[in-house]
Design a protein. Structure first.
Lengths: 110, 110
């Protein structure tokens, strides 16, 4: 299995609090992605990175920010969590011909 | 922009063959991925196509036609464990942006 780890795996947080999810890779892949997956919507891209300090928005980026200060770590921050951000979050890493997913983080905002 | 379409659901019999189609419209196409996702789990990588033609990998094969914006995943000798969702994803743009279709749920019946 590809070396990609998400933390935490599960989190319950209150509305209005900031939350940071971490994605860590040991594959030295250039590209990293954050997705959310909700019933009826499939995987939707939040933000992605094409190198250290190089990031761009996906289709559902409002309310989220990211940072990538080193190759192996890609952080997703919910600035002020809302109930609509309750979801399963997946991180993915990609080389030129393959892309692998982390185990996912189940986030509940109450 | 991009638009990726695949059927929502398909049903097939154990031992049979099923073909899952994916059509896409995107700019700056780099390649196309297929994933399998069992309920409650992360997507797992199946194949990557960058050139036109058929790529065979055991019971699974994937085909790409870039001029038609079309791909299919062929599952042969279906087994009960193949019941899952199958996700088509397109890599596009200079930053290797990775966008997914809604997924096709395949149900294999005895």
């Amino acid at each position: 299995d590809a070396g990609i780890t998400q933390s935490p795996r599960h989190k319950v947080t209150e509305t209005g609090t900031p939350v940071t999810l971490r994605c860590h890779q040991t594959e030295n892949h250039r590209y990293m992605y954050w997705y959310r997956q909700d019933p009826g919507h499939g995987l939707r891209l939040i933000h992605y990175s094409y190198g250290v300090k190089d990031t761009d928005k996906g289709e559902v980026s409002d309310g989220y920010s990211v940072s990538r200060s080193k190759t192996e770590d890609f952080l997703l921050t919910l600035e002020s969590a809302t109930s609509s951000q309750t979801s399963v979050y997946f991180c993915a890493i990609s080389g030129e011909t393959e892309a692998f997913f982390g185990q996912g983080t189940r986030l509940t905002v109450v | 922009g991009q638009n990726i379409d695949q059927p929502t659901e398909m049903t097939a019999t154990e031992g049979a063959i099923v073909q899952i189609n994916c059509t896409y419209q995107t700019s700056g196409f780099n390649g196309l991925f297929w994933y399998q996702q069992h309920a409650g789990e992360a997507p797992t990588f199946l194949s990557y196509n960058v050139l036109d033609g058929l790529e065979e990998k055991g019971r699974f094969s994937s085909f790409l036609s870039r001029s038609k914006g079309y791909s299919y995943l062929l599952l042969k000798e279906l087994q009960m464990k193949d019941s899952a969702s199958y996700l088509c994803a397109v890599s596009w743009a200079a930053g290797n942006k990775l966008t997914f279709g809604g997924g096709t749920r395949v149900l294999v019946k005895p």
